[in-house]
Write a protein that binds this ligand. Structure first.
Ligand SMILES: [Zn+2]
Length: 413
C-alpha cells in the first residue's frame, strides 16, 4: 500500500524517529504527511521527526515547526507521531527546531534514571517499578516498602561514580530473539524489534527515550527525598542544571533560616530543634495559666454581674485573646451558677460568644445573627451556645449592648 492509500484508509504512516540515532539533533527538514484541525489544535504528522513524544515517564519536547510553537507531541496510531500546534500550517515542506535546553535537561534526567535504577539493583537488589520526570524533579519507585538511608546513600555514591567515570551511552536495535539472551535490567513487554540502551560496563535496558552520549554530561545525580508511597519507596532525584538550581535554592533557604535565628548555617538545625522544644514547653505553661486566669476572671465577673430581675447577665469585652480563651471562660462562668454569658474579643477580627445555662430557656441563634451583623460578620451555633466573628471591632461594644437587651427580653419572655 502506498503512503497516500494508508492515509486515505485512516492510518498514518510510521514516523521516522530522528532522535533514535541522534539525541543531539535540533534542526531538521521534514514533509507534512497529514495536517488537520482537531478541537482547538492543528495536528501535524511528519515523515520524520526529532521531537520526542510523551512516553515512558518522559514528557514531550518543545520547539517550532516552520516557526510555529509546538504545544504537545504524542504517539499516534501505528508508530506515528502527532505534533499539536495552535495554528494552521499552510505548507507541506517544513523546517523544524527542537528546544535544546528542555531536550538536554530531559536527556540528563533520563540517563540519570537508568544509572540510579541499576545502582539500587547492585547495592540492594531493589528493582525500579516506576519512573516519572516532572518539571522540577524526577522520581523512581522502588519495589520495597522501606529502604534504609544507608542503602540510599550507597546507591547515590555508586551512581555518581558512574557519572564521574564518564562512561559511554549507546543504543542499538535488537531482534526479539537476541533480546531474550541479553541481561536486560527489566524484561520488556514490547513485541518486535527492541531498542536497547547500554551504559558501558554498567546497565542494559530496553528504552525509547533520549539519552546523553557520555555519563559525565549528567553532571551529578542527587537524591533529595525518599518517601513511602503505598507499598513502595519513592526516590526523588535531580541531575544536571537541576542539581545546581536545587543546591542554590536549598542553601538560600538555610541561609535565610540561619539569619533569622542569628546563628551560623551549620548551627541552624540544632537551634530550630531547641526552639521547637521551648515553644512546646511555653505552650503547655500558657495553657495552665489560661486555665487559672479563666477561673479567677470567671469568679470576679460572676460576682460583679448585676442580677436584673432575677437573671444574672455577665457581659465582658476582652482584648486580643485567643478564641479558645473565650470558650474556656464561658464554660467556667456557666459552672458557677445560672447565668447568661455575653463575651466580646477585640483583635484583627472581632469575636462574639454567647452562652446560657441549660436551666434558662431561649434560643441565642437569632440574637447572634442580629448582633454579628453589627460587626460586619456572621455567626451561629446551638440555642445555648453561639459564636460569631466580624471585621469591625469598633462596633463590638454596641453589639454586646444589643445582645444584653435581647437576652433580657428572652429571660423575661
Ligand atoms: Zn532511557
Amino acid at each position: 500500500m502506498q503512503l497516500t492509500d494508508e492515509i486515505s484508509a485512516g492510518r498514518l504512516p510510521v514516523t521516522e524517529r530522528l532522535y533514535f540515532p541522534d539525541s543531539y539533533l535540533t534542526e531538521f527538514e521534514a514533509r507534512v504527511v497529514q495536517g488537520e484541525q482537531v478541537g482547538k489544535f492543528f495536528e501535524v504528522s511528519l515523515d520524520r521527526t526529532a521531537f520526542y513524544p510523551t512516553s515512558g515517564g518522559q514528557p514531550h519536547d518543545l520547539g517550532t515547526i516552520e516557526g510555529h510553537p509546538i504545544v504537545e507531541v504524542v504517539d499516534g496510531p501505528g508508530g506515528s507521531i502527532i505534533h499539536r500546534l495552535e495554528h494552521h500550517l499552510p505548507v507541506t515542506r517544513v523546517h523544524c527546531q527542537v528546544q535544546w535546553t528542555r531536550r538536554f535537561d530531559h536527556m540528563q534526567q533520563h540517563t540519570g534514571q537508568h544509572i540510579l535504577s541499576q545502582a539500587f539493583i547492585r547495592v540492594a537488589s531493589l528493582a525500579t517499578v516506576g519512573f516519572h520526570l516532572s518539571a522540577e524533579y524526577s522520581t523512581i519507585d522502588l519495589d520495597a516498602a522501606e529502604v534504609d538511608m544507608q542503602v540510599v546513600r550507597a546507591a547515590e555514591d555508586l551512581a555518581n561514580a558512574v557519572v564521574f567515570r564518564n562512561r559511554s551511552v549507546t543504543s542499538r536495535l535488537v531482534a526479539p530473539d537476541e533480546a531474550v539472551s541479553l541481561n536486560l535490567r527489566k524484561p520488556s513487554q514490547r513485541k518486535g524489534i527492541l531498542r536497547v540502551v547500554t551504559i558501558e560496563e554498567f546497565d542494559l535496558s530496553a528504552c525509547g527515550g533520549t539519552h546523553v552520549d557520555r555519563t559525565g554530561e549528567i553532571g551529578g545525580i542527587f537524591i533529595n527525598r525518599v518517601e513511602r508511597v503505598n507499598r513502595r519507596t519513592r526516590v526523588e532525584f535531580v541531575c544536571g542544571q537541576r542539581s545546581l538550581d536545587s543546591y542554590r535554592r536549598r542553601s538560600g533557604d538555610l541561609d535565610r533560616i540561619a539569619r533569622g535565628l542569628s546563628v551560623a548555617p551549620q548551627d541552624a538545625p540544632d537551634r530550630v530543634e531547641k526552639q521547637s522544644q521551648e515553644i512546646r514547653t511555653i505552650r503547655k505553661r500558657l495553657k495552665t495559666k489560661d486555665e487559672w486566669l479563666a477561673e479567677l476572671l470567671a469568679h470576679q465577673l460572676f460576682d460583679q454581674a448585676p442580677s436584673k430581675e432575677g437573671t444574672r447577665i455577665v457581659k465582658h469585652q476582652l482584648d486580643g485573646e485567643e478564641r479558645s480563651f473565650l470558650t474556656l471562660l464561658a464554660h467556667r462562668l456557666l459552672a458557677l451558677g445560672p447565668c447568661w454569658v455575653l463575651l466580646g474579643n477585640r483583635g484583627e477580627q472581632a469575636q462574639l460568644l454567647m452562652a446560657r445555662s441549660e436551666s434558662l430557656g431561649g434560643d441565642l441563634r437569632p440574637v447572634m445573627k442580629e448582633c454579628s451583623l453589627m460587626i460586619s460578620g456572621r455567626g451561629g451555633g446551638s440555642p445555648a451556645l453561639v459564636q460569631g466573628g466580624g471585621s469591625d471591632s469598633s462596633r463590638l461594644r454596641t453589639a454586646l449592648d444589643c445582645a444584653e437587651q435581647r437576652v433580657l427580653a428572652l429571660a423575661n419572655g
